[in-house]
Design a protein. Structure first.
Length: 291
């Protein structure tokens, strides 16, 4: 039963990793931008939620209603200014710029909030409660809610991209921005919308992580960005459902590693990440090109 428990916990933890990764995957799929500040933006979302809860005493769920739109607006503004300016020069420039943005955010958080860790909604029953499956398996309600949230977010993004006017426009710009521009589409505005969605989802991921564990100014680069990048690469760059598969594979690998030896938890996940890079670098969900 211990191995069954490890697999179940890994699958549920994979939902959190998928939330980390979907915004990163969306920005790469649409703009070919690897946002190295992605994890730090999640931490900002978590810290803003903590500030709102502290000042207004709003419940955690209501803080999400405030934080996600704020981060979406920030994403649009950053895309139309800093990120787009760097993207107009070269893709490599965006790596340098987003790395610089990551450094600024992390040091700013350290300056204003110190290095102390903070959690979100520690007194909330849904965060601390769990239920049993049999006598040896305990499942946290929070992990179930986070996994369900990840699936709902991915379903919503998939529906938006396939059925809505702006979703189809985003796909058209992602396929060929020059052709879309010739048809009257402002690709910079479309990129801004995609960035707004990505920043909104990463803010949600930051709040979820703050409820699951604890946030610190360095969490973005030490944990969230690495797990998000690993999930994206395992599942397939630019694939939304691939991020869920990648997150689940990463989570299960970590839990199985921890079952063997607790010190192997993180190592096992990165070994799977490395194996996918070597054997199938395009990701598990990508179709192989026919020769």
């Amino acid at each position: 039963m211990a191995w069954v428990n490890a697999i179940i916990q890994g699958i549920l933890t994979g939902g959190l990793y998928a939330l980390f990764a979907c915004g990163l995957s969306l920005m790469f799929g649409v703009m070919k931008v690897v946002n190295l500040a992605h994890g730090d933006l999640a931490v900002i979302g978590g810290y803003v939620a903590i500030g709102i809860i502290t000042v207004t005493h709003l419940p955690v769920l209501w803080s999400i209603v405030v934080v996600v739109p704020l981060m979406a607006v920030l994403g649009y503004v950053l895309q139309r200014t800093i990120i787009q300016a760097s993207l107009d020069r070269s893709v490599l420039t965006t790596l340098i710029v987003t790395f610089g943005l990551s450094v600024v955010i992390e040091n700013g958080l350290l300056q204003f909030f110190t290095a102390n860790s903070r959690a979100i909604g520690t007194g909330n029953a849904i965060i601390t409660s769990s239920f049993s499956l049999g006598s040896q398996i305990q499942i946290a309600y929070l992990l179930v809610v986070i996994f369900a949230t990840a699936v709902i977010v991915l379903l919503g993004l998939q529906y938006f991209l396939s059925r809505s006017k702006y979703g189809r426009l985003i796909r058209a710009v992602a396929d060929d921005k020059e052709a879309a521009q010739m048809c009257g589409a402002d690709y910079r505005h479309v990129f801004g919308i995609a960035a707004a969605i990505a920043f909104g989802t990463v803010a949600l991921a930051g709040i979820a992580y703050g409820m699951y564990s604890q946030l610190a100014p360095t969490t973005g680069t030490d944990t969230i960005l690495l797990f998000a990048f690993a999930a994206v690469v395992i599942g397939g760059l630019g694939s939304l459902w691939g991020t869920l598969l990648g997150g689940v594979v990463l989570g299960v690998a970590q839990q199985i590693g921890a079952q063997i030896n607790i010190s192997y938890e993180v190592l096992a996940g990165y070994l799977v990440f490395l194996a996918v890079l070597v054997i199938r670098p395009e990701g598990l969900t990508a179709r192989r090109a026919r020769s």
